[in-house]
Design a protein around this ligand. Structure first.
Ligand code: TYD
Ligand code: MG
Length: 457
């Protein structure tokens, strides 16, 4: 009898070790190493590898023929765009997100639309019974016979069902519930998740089926168990949003068939998710115009500009070290920009607490928001509100200079479309593009000049 091999695997990063350890040397987490019995490399896989792959010779890159990957389009523009215009056949896509955020709802809606467009769809739920799925489907108004549902967790039955029904689109909700009967560790453990994903990958690639898998997210925010799952799949999407808000953001963090940083915005309604066509409007909806500390920036999210409000609250520190807190922007930028304001503009900020927030629960991580953050901080500190019709764009360097940003035309055009009257932009970005007529363009060289122009002397 083949001896089964026991290993200790970190459930958070996938680090393997022959003996148990309290702290994982891979990621430094405590108590994440668990014992798992590994499957012996089965001959089936070895045969599989050799039978389908004839020995390949290296060939010149110019001689390789390319074809456009065939894509399936859904009726949801936002969803198509995040995937890089449509679902690629034979791709494996992982969707992660907090429990209850709407992953099952999104995928059931997508499944239903594809079925309406005459694609065969198989929706496999390991978490809900077919009755529960049906209840949700009734709420969403699903009515195509082409959508098949199955409640199953055993991978061999799942493969068999795919084999028999020959769908063009498969959903596996969720990968943590699926188990491979040859592996003795519990469903959701690293080796189970890894083997199941590898098997689904083989199915997707050999049959040209688009497979979507749902993955749960851990407390720390990575897809549960293994970050290695992210390496195995073609595309990783995150579905995020605050549970108390109805807006949901679908974001690509890895995409072998398109650009990352694309985002799609949805709103959770009584009858499922609805696309939000103009995100800038919703992000600015609740803005209190003319408040000090509030500015608007045009930030690029993938290929699309969105206008978002940046809020700052600066107040004297009551005791101890001043606090610097930021939500939605990189918290290291805040002390940096405050230091620039202190040293280059002469604002005395060292004994002030600073709280920064991007309204609407969006995360911004591009440097083009620096200037808006700096103006917000100064505005709150001086209690001088900027004009509510100003949009502020620019990167700030350590000498206080305002540096040029990419895609200025798109940013300013979006601002003009939403009725902004003046764009404060880097001097270096002036010229060479078509500025919209109904917005005044003001170039600034440094932070001091930007403050003078927005907040006055
Ligand atoms: P769900 O898709 O089950 O989340 P996940 O699969 O990510 O765990 O979403 C569940 C939430 O969505 C639940 O709180 C109810 C809400 N919801 C609506 O508001 N409208 C709807 O039409 C549906 C189906 C769900
Ligand atoms: Mg679910």
């Amino acid at each position: 009898m083949a001896k089964s091999k026991v290993k200790f695997i970190c459930q958070s990063c996938g680090y393997e070790s022959a003996k148990w350890m309290g702290k994982c040397p891979g990621c430094g987490e405590w108590n994440t190493m668990t014992e798992e019995v590994l499957k012996q490399a089965t001959p089936r896989r070895a045969v599989f590898a050799h039978s389908t792959q004839t020995v390949q010779k290296p060939s010149p890159i110019t001689k390789i023929e390319t074809t456009q990957e065939p894509r399936i389009y859904t009726n949801m523009k936002e969803f198509n765009r995040v995937l890089g215009s449509g679902i690629v056949k034979g791709s494996l896509v992982l969707i992660g997100g907090d429990p209850g955020i709407g992953k099952s709802t999104l995928l059931l809606q997508v499944s239903s639309q594809l079925a309406d467009n005459h694609h065969d769809v198989l929706y496999i739920s390991g978490e809900e019974s077919v009755k529960q799925t049906k209840l949700r489907a009734d709420r969403l108004g699903v009515k195509s016979d082409k959508l098949l549902v199955l409640s199953e967790t055993d991978l061999s039955f799942i493969s068999k069902a795919i084999e028999e029904t020959q769908p063009s689109f498969v959903v596996v909700d969720s990968i943590q519930t699926v188990f491979h009967s040859e592996i003795s560790s519990a469903p959701g453990s690293v080796s189970q998740v890894r083997e199941s994903t590898a098997e689904l990958m083989r199915i997707a690639k050999t049959k040209g089926i688009a497979v979507f898998i749902v993955g749960h997210v851990t407390k720390e925010g990575s897809i549960a168990g293994p970050r290695l799952l992210e390496h195995m799949v073609d595309t990783v999407l995150y579905f995020e949003g605050e549970r108390h808000h109805t807006y949901r953001i679908l974001r690509a963090v890895k995409n072998r068939f398109g650009s990352t940083n694309e985002m799609g915005i949805f709103e959770m309604k009584e009858v499922g998710l609805e696309e939000v066509q103009n995100p800038s409007e919703i992000f600015l909806e609740e803005r209190s115009k003319g408040a000090s500390g509030s500015t608007v920036v045009a930030s690029m999210e993938g290929t699309r500009p969105v206008l978002v409000e940046i809020q700052a609250l600066i107040s004297p520190t009551s005791f101890g070290n001043p606090r610097r807190m930021a939500t939605g922007i990189d918290h290291n930028r805040v002390p940096l920009l405050m230091a620039v304001l202190e040293k280059r503009v002469g604002l005395l900020l060292q004994n002030q607490d600073a709280y920064l927030k991007v309204a609407g629960g969006v995360k911004l991580d591009e440097p083009a928001i620096d200037l808006a953050v700096a103006v917000s901080i100064a505005s709150s500190f001086k209690d001088a509100p900027p004009k509510p019709t100003d949009v502020i764009i620019g990167e700030v360097g350590l000498t206080g200079e305002v540096r040029r940003v990419s895609r200025i035309e798109q940013r300013v055009t979006e601002a003009a479309k939403l009725g902004f009257k003046r764009a404060i932009i880097p001097e270096a970005n002036i010229g060479g593009w078509n500025a919209p007529k109904d917005i005044e363009i003001v170039g600034v060289k440094n932070v001091a000049e930007a403050l003078y122009k927005t907040l006055g002397g």
